[in-house]
Write a protein that binds this ligand. Structure first.
Ligand SMILES: [Zn+2]
Length: 191
């Protein structure tokens, strides 16, 4: 899951509502491998929130991995370590809104899928020429992208992140320089 963080976003409250008929999905989400990825993703978002709260001009890209997460961007290793520790403590203290991020790849993917589907739906209407349908396609894809933002946040909350990070600890943080790009690899452990 890749996430782009060009500027400091506002924190989003998690709704905490129950989704009907989601029990099967929830069981899959609780599988250890999936649950760990969702926790790592939550901690990645929370760390980026803490870093950009301290410095709103930071330009960061995050990516979740099976072992933890990566943060691309020119930032001191000490700051990454402090931010990751603070993010973990704040999630464990119940600040679950930190787990959701408006610049997450989940939102971008949701927008792409919805825009594609809506364009496909409008283009499938055979009554008019393709050119005559263009304004409707543009309108449908624009509406889809607007709707995708809150929907992406809901998908993050219920599917792609989990703020329940009890028992998670930061094992090590490795700084790597890839040409001009600075990357930090944050590795997490579990009790
Ligand atoms: Zn994300």
């Amino acid at each position: 899951m890749s996430c782009l963080y060009p500027h400091a976003p506002g924190l989003l409250p998690r709704t905490g509502k129950k989704v009907k008929g989601a029990e099967t999905t929830m069981n899959i989400l609780e599988l250890p491998f999936i649950a760990a990825i969702r926790q790592n993703h939550a901690l990645e978002h929370a760390t980026i929130h803490v870093l950009t709260q301290r410095n709103p001009y930071l330009h960061l890209v995050g990516r979740t991995t099976p072992r933890g997460f990566l943060i691309y961007g020119d930032v001191e290793t000490e700051l990454v370590a402090e931010a990751a520790s603070e993010a973990l403590a704040r999630l464990q203290a119940g600040e679950t809104g930190l787990a959701v991020h408006p610049r997450c790849g989940t939102n971008i993917a949701t927008a792409g899928v919805l825009a594609g589907l809506s364009a496909f739906a409008v283009a499938s209407v055979r009554s008019k020429s393709r050119l005559a349908r263009l304004p409707q396609i543009l309108l449908a894809t624009t509406v889809a992208i607007i709707v995708a933002q809150p929907l992406g946040l809901i998908l993050q909350e219920y599917l792609t992140t989990s703020p329940r990070v009890e028992g998670v600890r930061i094992e090590k943080i490795i700084r790597q320089q890839l040409g001009k790009i600075v990357m930090h690899r944050v590795e997490l452990g579990r009790e």
